[in-house]
Design a protein around this ligand. Structure first.
Ligand SMILES: Nc1ncnc2c1ncn2[C@@H]1O[C@H](COP(=O)(O)OP(=O)(O)OP(=O)(O)O)[C@@H](O)[C@H]1O
Ligand SMILES: [Mg+2]
Length: 334
């Protein structure tokens, strides 16, 4: 039974993803003939409660951004359901999807490339309000200045261009733009990965403040554990296009069940050398399977210190092993 079916009876879910797949055709011959498929996202189930932050973490290339982009249908999914407030986004017409985009916004890693360099900050933030006909004239002006102040910038900066700002300030502008239409869901794709550590904390705190103030729900994508751990209520760990573990932040760290999760957590540098010696570490060998030729069994088998013959041939399903703790492993850790 899929995760989503288990949870369908309760209705405080903003988003339910069921069996989501994105397979990219890849041409491997010089004649451009499609020979193989890259399974970037390969049948994932996720759910998102109103007002919470779901972190998605995993190594580069595991399918995090593809997942985020398919939710907004910036990339068309190959298969699966994306149920947002009871409506399957996959089935919506382009026009209806355009309306839904008001409710789902994105914040990107590199605010510089996502902000139009030829537009002044005022217009960057005003643009979605104008496009959706929310306000004009003095009303629009007031809204934009209020947004600028809400994200911790001075209103005197409104007439400047993005290149005049630091990375952190630019991310604040991107955030102001994302919250302008009062969305219900914001997909944050590595919003702090390009920033200095000191600035990262400021941006994460801003996101948390805004979440409380505007009742926002977040998907927070990251490949580093610390930021995801700081901001998330629940975390989904992805490996090679699949969710391998998903649970509350507390359980993920105190009752880690998947060897891959354990490895990810262990990879975080532990500054205190006394602590470092006592911490159990799972060493993940760098034997990563070919994404164009995935193994039939567990995709983590080749790197797992605990893999058996069963893992090699039988693919583990994502199972709920205790309340809200899902793991895809034949031999979950104790
Ligand atoms: N348009 C595309 N065509 C073919 N392959 C793609 C395309 N977009 C992404 N991929 C591949 O899909 C896989 C997942 O990519 P994705 O960008 O979702 O990973 P990610 O988890 O966000 O990684 P990162 O942490 O580096 O941002 C990768 O192997 C990537 O090369
Ligand atoms: Mg990405």
């Amino acid at each position: 039974m899929s995760v989503v079916e288990v949870k369908e009876k309760t209705n405080n879910y903003l988003l339910q993803i069921e069996g989501l797949k994105k397979h990219f055709p890849v041409s491997t011959t010089i004649f451009g003939k499609t020979k193989q498929t890259l399974k970037a996202v390969d049948g994932i189930d996720l759910y998102l409660k109103k007002g919470e932050t779901l972190g998605i973490v995993g190594e580069s290339g595991c399918g995090k951004s593809t997942t985020g982009n398919t939710i907004l249908r910036l990339i068309e999914p190959t298969e699966g359901k994306i149920i947002f407030e009871g409506e399957d986004l996959v089935k919506l017409s382009k026009k209806k999807m355009q309306e839904i985009r008001k409710d789902i916004q994105m914040i990107f890693q590199d605010p510089f490339s996502s902000l139009n360099p030829r537009m002044k900050v005022f217009d960057i933030i005003a643009e979605p309000l104008r496009t959706h006909g929310v306000a004009k004239g003095k009303g629009l002006e007031d809204m934009v200045y209020e947004l600028i102040e809400t994200v911790g910038l001075d209103r005197s900066l409104a007439k400047r261009f993005p290149h005049e700002f630091s990375g952190g300030q630019r991310q604040r502008i991107g955030i102001a733009r994302a919250i302008a239409l009062k969305p219900k869901l914001i997909i944050c794709d590595e919003p702090v990965s390009a920033l200095d550590v000191s600035i990262q904390a400021q941006i994460l705190n801003l996101l948390l403040d805004l979440q409380r103030k505007f009742d926002l729900t977040f998907i927070f994508i990251g490949h580093g554990i610390p930021a995801v751990k700081y901001i998330s209520d629940r975390i989904a760990v992805m490996y090679m296009g699949e969710v391998v573990e998903m649970t509350t932040k507390e359980k993920l760290f105190s009752e880690t069940k998947h060897p891959y999760t354990k490895g990810l957590i262990s990879a975080v540098p532990i500054p205190d050398p006394k602590l470092r010696d006592k911490t159990e570490r799972v060493i993940i060998e760098n034997d990563i399977p070919d994404q164009l030729n995935l193994p039939e069994g567990c995709r983590f088998y080749s790197r797992c210190p605990f893999g058996t013959e069963r893992c090699k041939v039988e693919k583990p399903k994502l199972n709920e092993i205790s309340n809200e703790h899902y793991v895809a492993c034949h031999y979950p850790l104790n």
